[in-house]
Design a protein around this ligand. Structure first.
Ligand code: F0G
Length: 395
């Protein structure tokens, strides 16, 4: 080990050097001894300040969200069998485990700036987890309204842990949102659903990050669609980067709804949406028009994937790529595999050459442990004896 004689050495008590170490080297290597200095990420409001409606007067409420990995998915790319690179944008790495933190940091900062005294949201779970955490950070009370029995356990745990007032309505997400909007209209409580324009503004930074990470825009952007705020936000982000000359081309936006909750695909609201991907169990999305604009302006599409296709993508991501996302997130990859199977992507590759595909994995798998466990074999119970264990270990 090279070490400068000038640096104090950590020594155990009673240590006596048996060798004059200071004679070993005359080179000052102190620089080698320093810990590497990592750039300090301070959240997306700081990183993308000039693109967002913040001023010096905006108190930044942050959990240092954003800067999430863009991870290559080589096995998925191989499965497509095309000239394609596939990237997963791991939004589950955000502080509360989903992309909602991008919009929440801005919505909560503006709520504080505007002197709001409390916040409220309706949610299939992730918005409520994020709102509850950021409200704690801001010191505001938070009310979350969720569909009874249809919120994943991890998300509920988060809202409770952050001391939100959790109200479970006897109805679905659409009913919860309708009543929350009425409360917002009549009472001085800020709405932090994606009806709040600051949510969309914050979420558009996902597109900025993808372009900054790739050095260009992807050719195809796969994304799950529920209330349709995120596809709207990503498209806004890509367009703004293109208008500013940061990227030369725009991606096609490819949105996927669960087949039992696919109002945009059907062209009409779905009164009783059903899917095991509870995050996108939504029958009448607020940003419906925004999603259609993203689809049409980008030359993309919005289609449905079945629960079986979602479950298959969910399993594959965990088993083949080592990435555990929640079921709704897997809808994007289910869509990718579907467009691969149909030959649609091969056609795109013929036209464009090499494809640069991004799928947004919107939330972490730990959000919904019930879905993970329900779809897998139970642990094998064995006595604590070597032979008993070895019976089940294949080497
Ligand atoms: N993926 C996850 C994990 C989500 O939580 C959501 C939405 C979506 C995808 C769809 O995004 O609504 O912008 O189209 N979750 C909302 C919530 C509805 O209340 O947490 P979207």
């Amino acid at each position: 080990m090279r070490r400068s004689p000038n640096l104090p050495m950590p020594r155990p008590a009673g240590f006596r050097p048996r060798f004059p170490f200071f004679l070993m080297s005359s080179v000052d290597v102190r620089a080698d001894q320093r810990a590497p200095t990592l750039p300090h990420w301070r959240g997306l409001l700081e990183a993308y300040r000039e693109w967002l409606p913040v001023t010096d007067a905006t108190p930044v409420v942050t959990l240092h969200e954003g800067n999430t990995p863009l991870l290559p998915a080589p096995r998925l790319a191989e499965r497509l069998g095309l000239q394609a690179r596939v990237w997963l944008k791991l939004e589950g790495v955000n502080p509360t485990g989903s992309f909602k933190d991008r919009g929440m940091t801005l919505a909560m900062s503006k709520a504080v700036e505007e002197g709001k005294r409390a916040v409220i949201c309706a949610s299939t779970g992730n918005t409520s987890a994020s709102a509850a955490a950021y409200a704690r950070r801001a010191g505001l009370p938070c009310v979350v309204v969720v569909p009874e029995g249809n919120i994943a356990l991890g998300k509920l745990a988060q809202a409770i842990a952050h001391q939100a007032t959790v109200l479970a309505v006897q109805g679905n997400f659409d009913a919860a949102l309708a009543v929350v909007r009425q409360i917002h209209e009549r009472h001085p409580i800020e709405l932090v659903n994606s009806l709040n324009p600051y949510r969309i503004e914050g979420q558009k930074t996902g597109a900025f990050e993808i372009c900054d990470q790739l050095g260009r825009a992807p050719t195809h952007h796969f994304i799950p669609v529920g209330n349709a705020g995120n596809i709207t936000a990503y498209w806004k982000g890509y367009r703004e980067y293109a208008e500013a000359g940061r990227i030369e081309a725009l991606p096609k936006m490819l949105g996927f709804q669960a087949a039992g909750a696919a109002p945009i695909v059907l062209g009409r609201p779905v009164p009783n949406p059903e899917t095991f991907a509870t995050a996108i169990r939504i029958g009448n999305p607020v940003s419906w028009r925004g999603a259609e604009a993203a689809r049409d302006e980008s030359g993309g599409l919005i289609e449905a994937v079945t629960d079986d296709e979602i479950a298959d993508a969910y399993r594959r991501l965990a088993a083949e790529e080592g990435v555990f996302c929640e079921p709704a997130s897997a809808a994007a990859v289910a869509g990718l595999l579907k467009k691969g199977r149909e030959g649609w992507l091969a056609e795109e590759a013929r036209r464009l050459g090499r494809l640069e595909i991004v799928a947004v994995l919107t939330g972490h798998g730990l959000k919904d442990p019930t879905s993970a466990i329900k779809r897998s074999p139970s642990p094998i119970v064995v006595p604590p004896a070597i032979d008993a264990l070895m019976e089940h270990i294949r080497l």
